[in-house]
Design a protein. Structure first.
Length: 317
């Protein structure tokens, strides 16, 4: 726990106000669990939560103090309290809910890719009911939401496309051709670039955030999965499952700057809120790689429960 000091204007007393440490919320597909790690205490396990079969995707709802976990094999989503770590509900969606993202603009929306029905489900975060189903390409996987532009991006694995949807009404702005079998998608914080990994042809598709035209297609390591962009919009980082490493590219030139060895079959990558560290879930070696974003080297590796995946942004206070 961190503490902030508040000075009372009348009494000048110092009062400690607790601030929650940043945490990682990990799904463990093979053992039907979710674990929560304290990032400031070298991955100390704060909780292990038993959930329904084969959890995959995760999304944080800080406004409502809960997080969501998808279960593609069960056609449901677990809703878990971020304080008690109790499962407070299961949303029965049917189909195969896979990727998930929360609209953190204050609107009561959660978006979920449905692998089986080639659709995006819209869930009301208060009623926890599916309120809309939006058609997209074949086998949608990763999602990303630009809350400022109100755009939802959907990687359609079997259509080799990225769908660009309006986040507030049933409208599609574009369908962009990507590499083969797109999986994960990330938007730069300034909204100028959209990055899509394609796992079957080892490519990163770079899309203009205004025109939705493909700006470049960049070679990556083998079988790129997770992707994230640094907070200053300068670097994009790609986790490659087939080559067990993370490649770092300069966003302005799209040149590869370095490659960082990590654990076996890295799946997802998320960057800390202070922009100093990256965290990579290593699916087959059952650990999390911690990357120093200043040196661009792995600084440590934390053992965790079996088969961590955590498709989506898995860090939050």
């Amino acid at each position: 726990m961190k503490s902030l000091l508040r000075i009372g204007l009348s009494s000048l007393l110092l009062v400690a106000i607790p601030v929650a440490a940043e945490r990682a919320f990990l799904t463990h597909q093979a053992v039907d669990k979710v674990s929560v790690l304290d990032l400031e205490q070298e991955g100390k396990v704060l909780a292990k939560v038993d959930v329904s079969k084969a959890p995959v995707g995760v999304a944080i709802d800080s406004l409502r103090n809960r997080f969501y976990v998808t279960h593609p094999e069960m056609g449901k989503i677990s809703v878990i309290d971020m304080t008690t770590y109790a499962v407070i509900d299961e949303i029965k969606t049917g189909g195969q809910p896979f990727g998930i993202v929360v609209d953190d603009s204050g609107k009561r929306q959660v978006f979920v890719s449905d692998w089986e029905r080639n659709a995006v489900l819209v869930i009301n975060a208060e009623s926890r009911l599916v309120v809309d189903i939006l058609a997209v390409g074949g086998n949608p996987a990763g999602l990303a939401l630009d809350t400022k532009k109100r755009r939802l991006y959907v990687a359609n694995r079997n259509s080799n496309t990225l769908s660009v949807l309006d986040a507030d009404r049933p409208r599609q702005y574009a369908e962009v051709t990507t590499g083969k079998a797109p999986y994960a998608v990330s938007v730069s914080p300034d909204g100028n670039h959209i990055f899509v990994t394609s796992i079957q042809d080892d490519k990163l598709t770079v899309i203009d955030g205004q025109s939705y035209e493909v700006k470049a297609t960049v070679e990556t390591g083998m079988a790129p999965y997770g992707v994230d962009v640094t907070h200053d919009n300068s670097h994009v980082m790609v986790a490659n499952q087939g080559s067990n490493d993370v490649w770092v590219f300069d966003v302005s030139t799209l040149k590869k700057l370095t490659q960082i060895p990590v654990g076996e079959m890295p799946e997802s990558i998320s960057l800390s809120s202070d922009g100093t560290q990256g965290f990579v879930t290593n699916w087959f070696s059952n650990d999390v790689s911690v990357i120093n974003l200043e040196t661009m080297q792995e600084s440590s590796r934390w053992k965790v429960d079996e088969s961590p995946r955590s498709l989506g942004r898995f860090l939050a206070d």
